[in-house]
Design a protein around this ligand. Sequence first.
Ligand code: 3PG
Length: 406
Amino acid sequence: MPIRMLTLEDLDLDGKRVFMRVDINTPIHPETGQLMEQERLKEAAMTIQDLPKSRVIVASHQGRVGRSDYTSLEAHSRALGEILGRKVGFVPDVFGPAALSEMDSLGDGEVLMLDNLRFTAEENQEYKPADAEKTFLVKRLKEHVDACVLDAFSTAHRSSPTIVGFAGLVPTCAGRTVGRELRMLDRIASVEKGPYVTVLGGAKVNDRLEAIDALIANNRADKVLLCGLVGLVFLKAAGKLRGDVGIEGEQKYVLKARQLMDEDPDRFALPTDVAVRGDGGRKEVDASALTAQAQVLDIGSKTIDRYSRYIKGAGTVFMSGPPGAFEWDEFSRGTEGLLRAMASSLGTTIISGGHLSTALHKYGIREEIDHISTAGGALVQFLAGKRLPLIDALERAADKWGKKAE
Ligand code: 3PG
């Protein structure tokens, strides 16, 4: 069913102060504090480029309270400026006097980035739209903006004030990222078919377990191929890993994995071999021979072959999170192998998350994948058929501020 939403072409945004809610939440190197990728920044830049005469106020969250990636957006503003090839101002404030005065003094064609929206208490909460409109965050900002562009597809599953609070108050439309994602997903929905194979890797165990629940509930995961940290959690739950994985909340995750495997053991495939760091670099060992001290950095060759066969036999393949630490060449074999299997698959292929998008770039096979999304949790929710608060907001805005149906 097509989504009703306004686009940049439907609103007159020249000379207007445009509050542009993007998602440039980026992995941050825990030691150097540097941004580890730029995919989401590049997407945000595409929308800004299409607003050459507007006064653009870029707003995003970064990380979660208490985590090491919960930082200021100053480095993001510099990186965005480099991508755009023009100045992006930065104000270390969100809705205080400094931010509001900078917003008011913006000239046509200028871009300003506010600081991390999650530095404000309200942005860390989820609200119904009518309540979001009453937050101090939205009430204050809206007096200083003329329109809103929602472009944070990867935060579409969060009903935080800046996602759902503006649509009823100022003319609001979708940015290019949201438009591209929805167009591609709509196209995919018309051709995709089973069997559905899901490959889950990376370090975000909680997110991957939530993804499994949502995808199974919507019949979107006939086979789940596990790798990365979540693979280790399942190995431990299956009694094949001695020692601990070494992550916070491990016990809870292991119990959840156990429950999932008990309910339907055939649905899940676990690594049979993995790669660790040995004396001469990469060393492959049987998963059952792992010791607690070994740091697993990739899946092994037998697992790559077995998973590749599942991928090639799939009607639709969805992959979220890399199988290994592909930044190091000796541990990129799993990520490259499975991505190449996807690239040569005749089924519909969908890649989720900035890390995998960067990896596809590295291997030069982006063109072979049907849809590459920088979204993680939001994409899973969408594929699982859930209603997303950001899309609801765009539909409300289309009803209130325009008529065009996409
Ligand atoms: C993401 O990276 O999935 C989005 O930026 C949402 O972040 P969150 O899971 O911390 O809300």
